[in-house]
Write a protein that binds this ligand. Structure first.
Ligand code: ATP
Ligand code: MG
Length: 424
């Protein structure tokens, strides 16, 4: 123990579990990279104003959850609570939107929200996200949803459900918003919620309290107010998903906590996670670029939570293969053997074999224990008598079977035993 522990609401990623986080990031980003999304990385902090405008002054993220700070130079900054506003800011700043559209970008990183910590809800968490900027095309919305669904599938998750809705656009949403406000104003609600009706009435539909939910059964739904353009757009997205074999549930009450979403909106939920069931979400945000001082740039994107995806894997008992797990463990006895086997380990690694070594001058017994603990399939044992006979013992750690292999062919023999083609 040190005097310090990690701050509340944070946790450290340590081996072996940390390998699952890498595997999840890889599984989510690989389909994106294959679909033409380029990697973008932005600073961990931005001007507060970017999030205030880009995420929305009335959202919980901005009003309650942001980590803000004033620099010594007097700048008002915030640790990024989400990725979309930063990525859009970066793309506009570099004029990417003046080139070929859509601009397709993906990112992976840490995000910070001052929330009440609980299982699946942390103050520092990790997301992989994707944004497609500058095109209004139902196929683009469908592409992103399919890529996310395929990533979950590739990970072996079976209990992820996709909820889908349309939030309308600048033409039909205001009409719906007014109808919803009329309905909500007549309800018996607390003061905060009444204030929300005036600022962001859609979010009242997202209220989790039973006392509120019970009053919302007859609330007007966006679905019944979509204009012809939005209706046909949404129908095309649905058809493309169906054709791709991606299952979804129409959820006419699905809204997002963020102000800038238009049309397609979706969320991935996992049933094994209790109340923190959202593993990822996204949608179209045609109004965001203008909101942060840019040109009109219709766009769509999503962000998937890495932490909750790992929890979902655990909930389903999915074991991910460990990509770089040790295959061969070298156990030398004596100084000369150490030098020889150290060289062999280096050679094996250069040939692409995951190899490790009994460091720290352990005795044979302890070194064999390390070999077994490493999960390696093979141990290479070299004692003084072996050395005199110019052989090493190649031991199958599963069966205990052991063969003497000439030192000159050690690398080749190990590669053969691992069914690996030799490089030369
Ligand atoms: P929730 O409704 O659970 O608060 P959200 O709507 O705030 O989620 P988004 O802003 O859409 O979440 O972020 C996308 C994903 O990031 C979420 O689906 C979730 O998996 C993850 N996420 C968001 N906040 C946290 C957090 N505090 N801790 C861990 N993961 C989080
Ligand atoms: Mg939240």
């Amino acid at each position: 123990m040190s005097t310090f522990s990690a701050p509340k609401g944070t946790y450290d990623l340590l081996p072996p579990e940390s390998a699952d986080f890498l595997a999840v990031r890889e599984a989510i980003s690989a389909p994106l990279r294959r679909a033409g999304y380029g990697y973008v990385e932005t600073p961990g902090f931005e001007h507060v104003e970017l999030f205030a405008r880009g995420v929305g002054e009335s959202t919980d993220i901005v009003t309650k959850e942001m980590y803000t700070l004033t620099t010594k130079g007097g700048d008002e900054l915030a640790l990024r609570p989400e990725g979309t506003a930063s990525v859009l800011r970066a793309a506009l700043q570099a004029n990417l939107h003046r080139g070929a559209l859509p601009v397709k970008l993906w990112y992976s990183g840490s995000y910070y929200r001052y929330e009440r910590p609980q299982a699946g809800r942390y103050r520092h968490f990790s997301q992989v996200g994707a944004e497609a900027l500058g095109a209004e095309d139902p196929a683009l919305d469908a592409e992103l949803v399919i890529l996310a669904a395929d990533a979950y599938r590739a990970l072996g998750l079976r209990q992820v459900r996709l909820l889908l809705n349309s939030l309308g656009d600048a033409e039909c949403r205001p009409v719906y918003r007014a109808a919803l406000q009329d309905f909500l104003r007549a309800l018996d609600l607390d003061e905060d919620t009444r204030a929300r009706i005036e600022i962001n009435p859609l979010r009242v539909l997202d209220d989790k309290r039973e006392s509120v939910r019970a009053q919302l059964t007859d609330a007007p739904l966006m679905r019944d107010h979509l204009c012809e353009g939005c209706k046909s757009y949404h129908e095309q997205v649905r058809e493309l998903l169906l054709a791709a074999g991606v299952e979804f549930e129409d959820d006419p009450r699905l809204v997002r906590g963020l102000d800038y979403y238009t049309r397609t909106t979706f969320e991935f939920v996992h049933d094994g996670l209790g109340s923190q069931s959202a593993v990822g979400g996204g949608g179209r945000y045609d109004g965001l670029a203008e909101m942060i001082g840019g040109p009109a740039l219709p766009s769509v994107g999503w962000a998937l939570g890495v932490d909750r995806t790992v929890l979902a894997l655990r909930a389903e008992g999915v074991e991910l293969p460990r990509a770089d797990a040790t295959e061969v463990f070298a156990v030398p006895v004596g100084e000369d053997a150490r030098r020889t086997l150290f060289h062999t380990v280096t050679e094996l690694r250069r040939q692409g074999v995951a190899a490790d070594f009994a460091y720290g001058g352990k005795g044979l017994k302890n070194a064999m224990k390390s070999a077994n603990r490493s999960g390696a399939a093979l141990a290479l044992v070299l004692g003084e008598r072996d050395l005199a006979e110019r052989v090493a013992q190649l031991k199958d750690l599963a069966t205990g079977e052991q063969v003497a292999v000439p030192l000159e062919n050690l690398t080749t023999e190990v590669l053969a035993k691992l069914n690996r083609p030799t490089a030369r």
